[in-house]
Design a protein around this ligand. Structure first.
Ligand code: ZN
Length: 391
């Protein structure tokens, strides 16, 4: 995947996204790119491809969505903030990404994580992918042939529902690409055949263990046990899980996720509808608990911040991480700033709290518009100090 991906990246002119290419052990035929450049290819797609050119076509198409910034206005901020934690924990590579997203989904449009593209965006991504394929020496028509083959197969097996739900067929893919190719300088393309490497990849895929129903390593589930106890200040309520507990203002609403750990806690009027119908948090907090690949608080915090800024180019780190101690655990609080999703004319402030615990990393994102910050900031500091963890 890396080799094919890099061949395509080499053809990009101008600004290059930090594209990364990873394989997900999942038999469904799917590939997706997250805003900012992380790309994932399901093993099911590799097994279904007849040539490298077909895989290159799909990668080029997905890169087109990223380069043309099709997703950025559309993904809910909640997802863009939560996904980096999952990437940092390596959750996607361990497979079952959709299930994990659903589990961690905090009731804020978990279904909208996979961006839904318009037919126009599909056509643009096709042509972008075709040009990259051409530059890399792959026959661009293979992109369209693969999509058409998949649609024919997928309709029967249902293994492609996710993909075509987010990438609707723009129609006449082959003609559109052939029409565009008239403008390309002529050059010979690599024969679109099964290469020894692709044969080997398919063989390896066959030996991979089937996806279990168990949560992947990295995803923290609420362990059995009593809820963590907590002191609740006047006018506050408690949100208690078996790993952590936090107090929140009495008129706010908790939306727990299926995993029993992640949650969003939203101010009375803090949930807002985004431009494309997705729900976002304008005033409130989002909590996740993940197992990062490092136990170093600075490295894990940096990883997550990098992910957040990559996926949300408008959200900027506005100060250096400050060391905090919460319930005797080491943590960091990092301030960020971006446009408010609640008040279009305003900025919003964000505090990202990361705390290293023996079960993983607590990750809380505290959001409020600037005009409320005078009240919200001390409230957030107070909420952070109420946090208690299991031992
Ligand atoms: Zn697409």
């Amino acid at each position: 995947m890396n080799r094919i991906g890099q061949r395509l990246v080499n053809g990009i002119e101008g600004e290059k996204f930090p594209f990364t290419f990873k394989v997900v052990n999942d038999p469904s035929i799917n590939a997706f790119a997250l805003p900012g450049g992380p790309m994932y290819v399901h093993t099911g797609l590799i097994a279904a491809a007849d040539s490298e050119a077909q895989i290159a076509g799909v990668l080029g198409h997905e890169m087109g969505h990223v380069m043309l910034r099709h997703g950025t206005n559309q993904a809910s901020k909640a997802n863009l903030i939560q996904i980096p934690a999952m990437i940092a924990a390596g959750l996607f590579e361990r497979g079952g990404m959709m299930g994990q997203l659903a589990q961690m989904g905090i009731g804020l449009g978990a279904n909208s994580v996979l961006l839904k593209f318009s037919r126009t965006a599909e056509n643009d991504a096709d042509l972008f992918g075709a040009r990259l394929a051409h530059k890399a020496g792959y026959n661009p028509v293979e992109l369209a042939r693969f999509f058409e083959k998949l649609e024919a197969d997928g309709g029967r097996s249902g293994r492609m529902q996710e993909f075509f739900a987010s990438h609707p067929n723009p129609g006449n893919r082959i003609q559109n690409i052939q029409g565009d190719m008239k403008f390309y300088p002529q050059k010979p393309y690599e024969a679109a055949a099964l290469t020894p490497e692709l044969v080997k990849a398919r063989a390896i895929i066959k030996t991979l263990p089937a996806l279990g129903k168990k949560p992947a390593q990295g995803q923290v589930q609420a362990p059995p046990g009593p809820p963590v106890s907590i002191t609740v200040p006047n006018g506050f309520k408690a949100h208690q899980t078996s790993i952590y507990a936090i107090a929140y203002p009495g008129d706010w609403t908790v939306r727990p996720a299926q995993d029993g750990v992640s949650a969003s806690i939203i101010a009375a009027d803090g949930a807002v509808k985004g431009g494309s119908g997705q729900e976002d948090i304008g005033h409130g907090i989002m909590i996740s608990f993940v197992q990062p690949q490092t136990t170093d608080i600075n490295a894990a915090t940096e990883e997550i911040l990098k992910g957040i800024t990559q996926g949300n180019p408008n959200l900027k780190i506005s100060g250096s991480p400050q060391g905090v101690r919460i319930d005797n655990y080491v943590g960091r609080v990092t301030p960020m700033q971006g446009p408010s999703s609640m008040r279009p004319s305003e900025r919003e402030n964000v505090l990202v709290l990361t705390v290293m615990h023996s079960r993983g990393m607590f990750y809380g994102v505290f959001i409020a518009p600037e005009s409320r910050w005078r009240v919200a900031e001390p409230e957030y500091q107070q909420m952070m100090q109420t946090l208690r963890f299991s031992r």
